[in-house]
Design a protein around this ligand. Structure first.
Ligand code: PMT
Length: 414
């Protein structure tokens, strides 16, 4: 774009100049909102390639999207168009970002399970750039466990999946399922294309997941931690430029890209893995649910069921080392963050842990609340420091992880 001031013509660089963005429009009524966003991206200087499913074309025409994006729209995997060599590959080749909007329940299900039976789902499978899903659908379809699980799978694989907005939908119902506000969409696009590097140069260690304390060769004591909170913190730190070590108990999550994962099983192993790396770290976050006790000794053989007369079994437990407390006592320059998983007296217990463990911040979560804490995708916490208590309402663990890092950085800057 050229701008004229005092007879001098200067070239004004558009915010998305040099960015190639593919927008995949699936068959939902919010397709018209995606068209609006395509227009916005194009006006911001991005080179926009649109891919539309047959369903999407029932709502908006490829001609409209052609006009808004300035490029021929890809609508068919087998199009006989010389300018579109293998459409589902060329449509995403060299893209900086692939936005699926609206991401229907069907399209997310296909993406989660590797199904590629139309041009858009095939392009998702072929894409190597970051992918942002923007869900929009009827609230019951959105809340359906199948959709929620598919969204969770996509997030675990490192895709970006926005939360749908709440409000009135085209079908007349009021609830969660609306296409997100354009400001949210713009923020998400900008965060992916221009990631902050405010943790660059920092060495960060995060613990995540449960520990397992063996009782005999086939049994153990553990808890419900999935590792999601710690893994989200690790992924966020990495994308903000930190060198990240993730000491992880046994979980089923894939390793976040670019993060050094140190797998451990027991609290004692986690203790050794963390302590041996502590000196070189700038920031340590203990998000793991470490078992406080272990069996005094592990039985060499599987413990046999007692005879019916003796219907109880005594296990002798001994305390595990408190990793966070040890780090608090050995602290030299590190910023130390612990979590507090509480079922009662949340803040009082968190304040006590802040002092007892000599931490700089405690992230307090009430794990008795349904839908947050252990295993769920969301969490609600209060950040407790010596001087402040900041409440953060329920949100996706990925979003919360960014907010926790924002708060830590704000403290480090002071
Ligand atoms: O993994 P998810 O399913 O995503 O769930 C997230 C979570 C609920 C596990 C997480 O948000 C959380 O609360 N983690 C800490 C759980 C816990 O063990 O809380 P605690 O209050 O018992 O421990 C307090 C702090 O001391 C924690 O930072 C813990 O890592 C640490 N600790 C505890 C015991 C021990 N022996 N050594 C420790 O370092």
């Amino acid at each position: 774009m050229k701008e004229k001031t005092d007879n001098v013509t200067t070239e004004v660089k558009m915010p998305l100049a040099d960015k190639k963005i593919t927008v995949g429009i699936a068959g939902g009524i919010a397709a018209y909102k995606a068209a609006d966003f395509v227009s916005f991206l194009h006006q911001q200087g991005a080179e926009v390639q649109v891919i539309m499913t047959a369903g999407a074309q029932e709502f908006v025409s490829p001609l409209l999207l052609h006009a808004l994006s300035g490029q021929v729209v890809i609508t068919d995997m087998f199009a006989n168009d010389a300018s579109l060599h293998i459409p589902h590959i060329s449509g995403v080749d060299g893209a900086d970002l692939f936005i699926i909007a609206p991401a229907t329940a069907n399209m997310m299900a296909k993406a989660a399970h590797g199904i590629a039976d139309d041009v858009l789902s095939a392009a998702i499978l072929a894409a190597t750039c970051p992918i942002l899903f923007v869900p929009a659908m009827n609230m019951h379809m959105y809340e359906n466990i199948a959709t929620q699980e598919n969204m969770a799978i996509l997030r675990q694989r490192g895709y970006h999946v926005l939360e749908a907005a709440e409000g009135r939908m085209a079908c007349g119902t009021v609830g969660k399922g609306r296409f997100p506000e354009s400001s949210i969409l713009r923020e998400a696009v900008s965060a992916i294309l221009f990631p902050r590097q405010d943790l660059a140069g920092k060495k960060v260690l995060i613990t995540a997941g449960p520990t397992r304390e063996h009782i005999d060769p086939v049994r153990y004591i553990s808890n419900h931690s999935s590792g999601k909170m710690g893994y989200a913190l690790a992924a966020a730190a990495r994308s903000r430029g930190a060198e990240v070590t993730l000491v992880s108990g046994p979980v089923t999550l894939p390793a976040p890209q670019g993060v050094a994962v140190v797998p451990v099983i027991t609290a004692e192993e986690m203790y050794q893995a963390v302590l041996s790396r502590y000196e070189e770290m700038d920031i340590v976050i203990g998000a793991a649910a470490v078992a406080d006790y272990r069996a005094q000794s592990m039985a060499e053989q599987k413990i046999k069921k007692q005879d019916a007369a003796k219907n109880s079994l005594q296990l002798n437990l001994v305390a595990n080392p408190d990793i966070l407390q040890t780090l608090g006592e050995a602290k030299t320059r590190q910023y130390l963050v612990g979590f507090a998983a509480e079922t009662e007296n949340l803040l009082a217990n968190a304040r006590r842990k802040l002092v007892d463990k000599k931490a700089d911040m405690i992230v307090a979560n009430d794990v008795s609340q349904p839908g947050i804490g252990f295993y769920s995708d969301a969490n609600a916490v209060t950040l407790v420091t010596q001087t402040e208590e900041i409440g953060l309402p329920a949100m996706e663990k990925q979003v919360l992880a960014e907010k926790i890092w924002d708060a830590i950085l704000a403290k480090l800057d002071k």
